[in-house]
Design a protein. Structure first.
Length: 464
């Protein structure tokens, strides 16, 4: 395993911020849009928001499952948090208790080396978890918990890194390269994400049960969830990294993100809309725009976006592609989206258009089991994340029922995969309920499909 990169990439940067408190350890740049940008009129549709994902030819497994509070992992996360705080406290106390400056300096370097080695170990742990999931040795729940555990440890290690930076500044005649600290921060960033953070919140009982989409390739994964009125996703593609080269500049990284996410970039905020931090072998580009936030990581060797997180309010999400049907006085509409994308289900009275509160189930068309999503509520709406294959939505109210079978829309890939498509666009409507599963597994280079049953119904999503 190659050692962590120790160089901060700085090209034509005025007044770079190095060694500053918080995340801005590398070269930081904030930019505003050009004054000549056209007026912003309407929110972009869901299809125009590009995402980092896994090409269909490289997809190993894909599933959507509900997760809820779990006592075992909850205790593990509590212990992990306490252990991290204890270790950091012990490390700082040991350094501060050093009898001379030379010993103090050596202890600081030893602690920094320890964090760097743990970061390399986390790389191996993340890769191993993906491989075990793809081999069906662990479940999607196990994978999500393991990724969340890695996230929690990475955050604890970063807190220790910050503590070391602060105590270094208090040590006479001694310093650590700000580039080394920034590169370490960026490496630890690789293991954190908003979906994993929310998974911890769900498992520990701090948030309601939620349905998580999990998609994996040989070395990467994509996670998404609908929660608290937002659609949240994160993606990581190890195959898009090249740690042996460092040739992409800050300006090029910003251009790469602008090209990969044209709608988001064109709608960036007028003030502090873009922030770039260049450190080690990657550039982190954060864009705040009218309808959400994007954080994209560009690899300095490949010039590709290899990691992404997006957060978007549900109220800002629109789609041009829906499937609908009317049966027994019920009008069911599904605002279709790409695999793992934000899926809106709407139920109304067919005659009056009034919203209807009823239970909703969803499952894959090819199977015989379905999962309870929850009920549509007073506004007739429920949100979830889209399955990766054709699926059936069933709504039952008393003796009335409407069943809608449809498919995800094509994936709006970023970059070179932008023209890749995965699914058809057909939709059928029936008047009697059917059942289907919600887990599909794709294996082999040809992408042959087999299905696996899941026990249901499961807990309703917290995003409804």
């Amino acid at each position: 395993m190659k050692a962590l990169p120790l160089v901060v990439v700085m090209v034509l940067v005025a007044s770079p911020v190095l060694g500053a408190a918080g995340p801005a350890d590398g070269a930081t740049h904030s930019m505003a849009p050009d004054e000549t940008e056209p007026a912003q009129v309407a929110s972009p549709s869901n299809e125009t928001i590009h995402v980092l994902d896994i090409p269909s030819s490289e997809l190993a497994r894909s599933t959507v499952e509900a997760h809820h509070v779990d006592l075992g992992p909850s205790l593990d996360f509590s212990a992990l948090g306490a252990s991290g705080q204890i270790q950091t406290g012990a490390s700082i106390e040991r350094i501060e208790s050093a009898t001379d400056d030379s010993t103090r300096q050596q202890l600081i370097l030893d602690e920094l080396n320890t964090i760097e080695q743990r970061a390399i170990a986390l790389q191996s742990a993340q890769r191993s978890a993906i491989e075990r999931f793809n081999a069906d040795d662990i479940t999607a729940r196990d994978l999500l918990i393991e990724l969340a555990r890695i996230d929690a440890e990475a955050r604890a290690l970063d807190e220790r890194r910050v503590a070391l930076r602060e105590i270094t500044s208090e040590t006479p005649d001694f310093s650590i390269s700000s580039g080394r600290l920034a590169a370490l921060e960026r490496e630890l960033d690789t293991f954190t994400g908003p979906v994993r953070t929310h998974a911890v919140s769900v498992v520990t009982g701090q948030s309601d049960a939620a349905r998580f989409s999990v998609r994996t390739s040989e070395t990467g994964f994509v996670l998404s969830v609908v929660t608290d009125g937002e659609y949240v996703r994160e993606a990581y593609r190890a195959d898009l990294r090249n740690r042996d080269q460092n040739t992409v500049s800050y300006e090029e990284a910003l251009d790469i993100v602008a090209e990969n996410y044209p709608t988001i970039y064109s709608n960036r905020a007028a003030q502090n809309g873009t922030n770039v931090i260049s450190a080690g072998d990657s550039h982190r580009v954060q864009i705040n725009y009218r309808d959400g936030q994007l954080t994209a990581y560009v690899d300095s060797g490949t010039g590709r976006v290899f990691k992404e997180s997006q957060t978007r309010p549900l109220e800002s999400i629109t789609t041009r592609d829906n499937a609908s049907g009317v049966r027994d006085g019920l009008a069911l509409t599904v605002d279709r989206t790409y695999p793992g994308g934000p899926l809106r289900i709407q139920l109304n009275e067919s005659e009056t258009g009034d919203p209807v509160d009823a239970n909703v189930t969803i499952g894959l068309e090819a199977s015989q089991e379905s999962t309870l999503l929850g009920h549509t509520g007073s506004d007739g709406t429920i949100w979830t994340v889209s399955p990766s294959a054709s699926y059936t939505v069933t709504v039952i109210r008393g003796n009335s029922a409407v069943v809608l079978t449809t498919s995800p829309t094509p994936m709006p890939y970023v970059g070179e995969n932008a023209t890749d498509t995965e699914n058809g666009t057909s939709a059928t409507v029936t008047s009697t309920p059917t059942e289907s599963t919600e887990s599909t597994e794709l294996t082999g280079s040809a992408g042959s499909v087999s299905t696996a049953s899941r026990a249901g119904p499961q807990a309703p999503t917290g995003g409804g």
